[in-house]
Design a protein around this ligand. Structure first.
Ligand SMILES: [Fe+2]
Length: 211
């Protein structure tokens, strides 16, 4: 997955800008895509348009519907934080970031959330797939930022039932409970997969995006 880190913020924003041109409004969420370089950095109060709960795929997007939710906490792991940005992006159900470019620089499925007063976030999407002809586990990339927290990336969201997830990753997540980046999927009566991941915000170290 390391090569995916090559999709940095600049690339992401560029891809998002392309998407904004190519995709009619009303489909995929395009929050802030025209705010160059500021997509996930807006402090609370600067914009009222960033939801805590969103849908990042257009209706009819192929794939298994999935809702991921959680709470973002302060570094103590107990105090929910309001106003923390969570930016996520992923492949589609064929393992591609774009149906037009075929590479990870035209990310099509993405979304930005900002936690509410309870620290909550939620996004509705489809379950991503491994890159075509690869053994990379399916994953969802994520950036976190907020007041006093420069943007950084967190471990990708992965899925416990994915055979490509390594033992090393599984061991790393053992005992983390709801803070695990390995999602346990449960399908509801409505047929939708659901999973929870809580996050402890931190000051970035070697995973800062420089934004
Ligand atoms: Fe990736």
């Amino acid at each position: 997955m390391n090569e995916n880190r090559g999709l940095n913020r600049r690339d992401f924003v560029r891809g998002a800008a392309l998407l904004a041109v190519a995709t009619p409004l009303g489909g995929i969420g395009l929050w802030g895509c025209t705010q160059k370089g500021s997509l996930a950095r807006t402090a609370p109060g600067e914009s009222t348009n960033v939801p805590w709960k969103t849908t990042i795929v257009a209706a009819g997007e192929a794939g298994d519907p999935l809702i991921v939710s959680g709470t973002i906490y302060s570094p103590d792991g107990r105090t929910p934080l309001e106003g923390i940005n969570l930016l996520v992006y992923q492949t589609d159900a064929t393992g591609r970031y774009s149906t037009t470019g075929g590479n990870n620089r035209d990310t099509r499925i993405h979304g930005l959330m900002r936690t509410n007063s309870e620290g909550r976030y939620e996004f509705r999407t489809i379950k991503p797939a491994s890159y075509p002809n690869s053994r990379n586990p399916a994953h969802i990339h994520a950036y976190v930022s907020g007041p006093n927290y420069p943007e950084y990336w967190i471990d990708e969201y992965l899925f416990t039932d994915d055979p490509f997830v390594t033992q090393e990753v599984r061991q790393k997540n053992e005992g983390k409970g709801s803070f695990s980046s390995l999602l346990t999927l449960r399908r509801g009566d409505d047929g939708v997969l659901r999973a929870v991941r809580d996050i402890k915000v931190e000051r970035c170290t070697n995973n800062c995006t420089g934004k």
